[in-house]
Design a protein around this ligand. Structure first.
Ligand SMILES: [Zn+2]
Ligand SMILES: [Zn+2]
Length: 352
């Protein structure tokens, strides 16, 4: 199974993150998990074969988790030739069918009758959904909205759990216990804590109870990006932690090394990250960064960090277009000769 992050942000719109979306790929299954705004473009950006997605699973009905679904269905209908004939199944909690019927009433009958079969399967916690290739899908209710569920994907002894949006839940931790990868929302810093979302402290507590082999955090509102999530989670949960879209992995540290290997095993999103140690410093020659290559392998490489321009650090040499560098900050790929990197806090200090 390979789990790729497409959208790691929220409805608090961010230049570096799309609304929620993930794709799970395994033999016979290409399953999109949530489909928030920006996710369709991310599918294209990452070169994922979106034309042949077999299933879409929705965690709940907030629009940052399904806003791009009508776009995706329209793309399947008109976005390529020959037209799609492959069926698609849309999975979700009870209410999914009614939601899609309302969307169809607004947009047109094509939404549920696009010229290829669209089926809707509403799942409850009692169900075990058998998908192709011996994949099993289960759901568990989570405290967020009345319909909200977490998903579990199991295949050949491996298990991935995605929390969707959730508040703290002992029942969720027990249900997720011992999974290989826990993809967990991490919405808000402690000062902004609300019962419907998790803080880094609560993510650490959930992970301590659930004991996943690897914890990946996602669904970041911008204020939580300003706190040291790794340190806060690390005092509660000792396993490897990945911040989706902003991984801080230190190749020289055994835990970081283990995390990188886990990422490789699970498949890394080339648009989501890995990190250099030390942080990129402007004006420095021969800075080492991690580069995620198109074939998803990770390589440590020397780059030439040239200058700061309008709050952005520009890496001048050492990375080819189409490759992703990982730094302490967010980063955007600029096709062409350089990569723009928003400097990390440390890097900003180094230039002032
Ligand atoms: Zn959300
Ligand atoms: Zn939500």
């Amino acid at each position: 199974m390979r789990f790729t992050t497409l959208g790691t942000g929220t409805i608090s719109l961010s230049p570096g993150r799309s609304c929620a979306g993930y794709i799970l790929e395994s033999p016979g299954v290409r399953l999109l998990v949530d489909c928030g705004s920006g996710v369709t473009r991310r599918l294209a950006e990452l070169g994922i074969e979106w034309q042949t997605i077999t299933h879409v699973a929705l965690s709940h009905f907030h629009i940052d988790h399904h806003g791009d679904l009508p776009t995706l269905i329209f793309a399947w209908k008109y976005g390529f030739l020959p037209s799609r004939t492959l069926p698609v199944e849309i999975i979700g909690p009870p209410g999914t069918k009614a939601l899609l019927e309302r969307l169809s009433a607004a947009y047109g009958e094509w939404l549920l009758a696009p010229g290829f079969p669209v089926s809707i399967r509403e799942v409850t916690p009692a169900d075990v959904v058998e998908l192709p290739g011996h994949m099993k899908l289960r759901v568990h209710p989570v405290p967020h909205t009345p319909e909200s569920v977490a998903y579990s994907f199991e295949r050949v002894g491996r298990r991935i759990v995605y929390t969707g949006d959730t508040g703290p839940s002992d029942a969720l931790a027990a249900w997720a216990y011992g999974c290989d990868l826990l993809v967990c929302e991490c919405s808000l810093p402690r000062e902004m804590s609300i019962p419907e979302h998790l803080t880094p402290e609560q993510c650490g507590e959930l992970a301590a109870a659930a004991a996943p082999k690897h914890l990946a955090l996602t669904h970041f509102y911008p204020p939580v990006e300003d706190v040291d999530i790794h340190s806060i989670v690390g005092v509660r949960y000792a396993g490897p932690v990945t911040l989706a879209g902003r991984l801080r992995l230190d190749e020289t540290d055994p835990k970081g090394r283990a995390a990188i290997e886990t990422l490789r095993a699970h498949g890394t999103d080339p648009g989501a990250i890995v990190v250099p140690s030390p942080a990129v410093q402007t004006g420095q020659q021969g800075t080492y960064v991690f580069v995620v290559k198109a074939d998803q392998t990770v390589e440590m490489r020397s780059v030439n960090v040239a200058r700061v321009r309008g709050g952005e650090t520009v890496i001048k040499d050492g990375v080819k277009p189409g490759e992703t560098v990982v730094t302490d900050g967010h980063l955007r790929l600029v096709p062409g000769s350089h990569i723009s990197v928003k400097p990390a806090a440390g890097a900003e200090k180094a230039t002032s």
